[in-house]
Design a protein around this ligand. Sequence first.
Ligand code: BDR
Ligand code: CA
Length: 307
Amino acid sequence: MTRILIDCDPGLDDAVALLAACHSPLLDVVAITTVAGNVGGAQTAQNGRIIRTLADSEDIPVHAGAPRPILRDPVTAEDFHGTTGLGGLDVPEPSAPLSPTHAVNALIEHCRAAKSDLLTLVMTGPMTNMALALTMAPDIMEGISEIVLMGGADREGGNITPFAEFNIYADPHAAAAVFGCGLPIRCLSLDVTHTLRTTKDRLSQVRAVDTSQADYAAAFLEASCKLEFSAKGRRDAPLHDPSTVIALAYPHLFEGRRAHVSVVTQEGEQFGRTIPHFADDGPVLWYDKADVEGVFKALCAMLEGAA
Ligand code: BDR
Ligand code: CA
């Protein structure tokens, strides 16, 4: 069982990632930290609590984090997630409260406590919390075995500008700090997530899984497809954030190349662009290929609670 902390900005696809991770026997989610991103910080924290309730995982603490990026003006992605971040779907009131500990302090505490049993950090939103934690307490790197993140784009081009992917564009300075920190990173960029399309058949496979987590995941994926259609004119929304936890639980489904990754932090048309410099000694495994059917089967297995 891999011990993970999930730093996220829920978000419809973050929600599916959280449901899959919390229900999978292969992963042990020790905490959820939230950050402003798809919607504002108060709403992502509220959504973190809601999804924890849907996941039947009230024992996992949810910590609210940075309400804005480090330097740039805040940007959000309501076009793809709705004004609530959860596609306007009917969701229950969360039962457990937020933890009183700020996400950045929680990250620091969990990493420091993990020294004998290293922690994997999963990041599915702007990387503000981790950049702040690394700045406040660089020693936390000793407690982290690797970072698995969704963000960036190379051959695919961007999804928020022609060059930039949303999570990086929303806080490029934070992303530069994380990509440059030297820890091993596995990166699920648009180069691979754009191949993971939620077709009708794949959505039906998720819907057929007989757990409440799968029912909610199917509803979130369906809402994602509807919003993708309004925003981009195609219905089969990419499976962005769940790819992180699937790659962790089932690494054989993905292939990539090692790279050093730099981030364009200078304002201009390439602001927020990621540039992988491919080299065998790079700290980043830049995934660019996946067994697509295998990935959706793995998602179903996780939502079913199977190994
Ligand atoms: C990423 O941006 C967000 O809108 C999604 O939740 C995902 O993390 C995809 O570019
Ligand atoms: Ca996200």
